[in-house]
Design a protein around this ligand. Structure first.
Ligand code: DI6
Ligand code: FE
Length: 403
């Protein structure tokens, strides 16, 4: 049986490329059939074949594509609140690490947690994102740094989508940190690459990522991971130029990365390389804010080069304990001078592209009916509010859910 209905009494920001930045359709109708959008346009132009359809009123509200959080680490054990307090009391990074804090503490807690315990904690985080109109969450591994825990994290990520109305894209991030006491090269060859093979063998990997940074892995080490990804037929993305520039971005571009993420220390030349490879720049203001970074990503260069920009939470227990994609949009505007339209494209159309998804991120015929209905008068309000959640309802695969 086909289920067909029309959303009406809506102002739609389709997020299709357009001069207004939003692809606005006033007094829109959106026809949904079996979970897909089959028609979108001005209600007055609704084609005859759709007249007499069951109508669902949006009460004059704004409708956008549902949001996509294209960079998160929401599967992890423990928390790092005490480390936050220590830093505010003047403790150095080294003192925090010596007191058992930092990324190694999250690795220890993630290894110690059962799969079910990790899942319960991750579901709470997924629910917070869903409540803000998110329909796709990217989830990275990288707090296991051993084969079994990396696989455990990815299985938990997959299970989120079995238990909640959301799609999950998994990213293998075995090259996230060098385990305490290990040699980085030996870790890549003896742990990371075999873990990637095993995770891929179990169908747990949609993409492969790495942390190319002085405190993590250099470009030659990341290249070995990317070469294995290529051999397995998996797309790549990269944490690059967050704290320093050690050449990760040209490497990512050479491998045709779907996205390059963070990018505070990226140069004009890096932006040109990304333009040539078609890689999306994923802007992560939550990490910039948390670590009190002062160097900003080269937004103007991305704009000038036509590099698509996405915005994400980077939700993780260390550098970005940020559970709000709307707040990430606000921060991208206030901290980096992105426009509200760029911020919304960054959590819809461009975020979908950063994940290699072509079936969502805009309101257009053929796309999934994943929509957000907001209690706002105009789309610029979404990035303008701070700590406000104006979601009225979400539509996921055509199913309309009131908040
Ligand atoms: N970039 C970051 O800022 C972190 N990971 C990454 O790739 C930090 C993660 C943590 O501290 O737990
Ligand atoms: Fe990250």
């Amino acid at each position: 049986m086909t289920d067909r209905y029309a959303l009406v009494d809506a102002n739609a920001a389709t997020m299709e490329p357009s001069p207004d930045g939003y692809g606005l359709i006033p007094d829109a109708a959106i026809v949904i059939e079996d979970g897909r959008i089959v028609w979108a346009g001005m209600r007055g132009n609704l084609e005859g074949q759709y007249s007499g359809l069951r109508e669902v009123s949006c009460g004059g509200r704004l409708v956008t594509p549902a949001l996509v959080d294209c960079h998160t680490h929401i599967v992890f054990g423990g928390n790092r609140a005490r480390e936050f307090e220590m830093r505010l009391n003047g403790a150095s990074y080294e003192e925090v690490a010596r007191a058992g804090g930092g990324i190694v503490s999250t690795v220890a807690a993630t290894r110690a947690a059962t799969e079910d315990a990790l899942l319960q904690r991750a579901l709470v985080r997924a629910d917070a994102l869903i409540a803000q109109g998110v329909s796709v969450i990217e989830v990275k591994s990288g707090y296991g740094l051993d084969r079994d825990t990396e696989l455990k994290m990815l299985r938990v990520a997959r299970r989120i989508a079995d238990l909640r109305p959301v799609r999950v894209r998994t990213t293998f991030l075995g090259a996230h940190a060098v385990p305490a006491g290990a040699d980085a090269d030996a870790y890549i060859d003896n742990v990371c690459l075999p873990a990637l093979d095993a995770a891929h063998g179990e169908g747990l990997v949609d993409a492969v990522d790495g942390f190319c940074e002085g405190i993590a892995f250099d470009a030659a080490q990341i290249e070995r991971v990317f070469a294995r990804a290529r051999a397995l037929g998996l797309p790549v993305k990269l944490h690059s130029d967050q704290l320093s520039n050690i050449g990760g971005t040209p490497l990512a571009a050479r491998f045709g990365a779907m996205s390059v993420d963070h990018l505070e220390y990226a140069t004009e030349a890096d932006a040109r390389a990304m333009a040539a490879s078609g890689s999306v720049a994923v802007i992560l203001p939550g990490a910039f804010y948390t670590i009190r970074e002062t160097r900003k990503p080269p937004i103007a260069a991305f704009r000038a080069q036509g590099v698509a920009m996405a915005v994400a939470t980077d939700w993780n227990p260390g550098s970005s304990p940020l559970g709000s994609l709307l707040l990430a949009m606000n921060m991208a505007c206030t901290l980096f001078e992105m426009t509200p339209a760029e911020a919304l494209a960054g959590t819809t159309r461009h975020a979908a592209r950063a994940l290699g998804l072509s079936d969502c991120g805009v309101i257009a015929p053929g796309k999934r009916a994943d929509l957000a209905i907001w209690n706002v008068e105009e789309p610029g309000e979404l990035a303008y509010g701070i700590g406000i959640n104006p979601l009225h309802a979400r539509v996921f695969g055509g199913v309309h859910e009131l908040r």
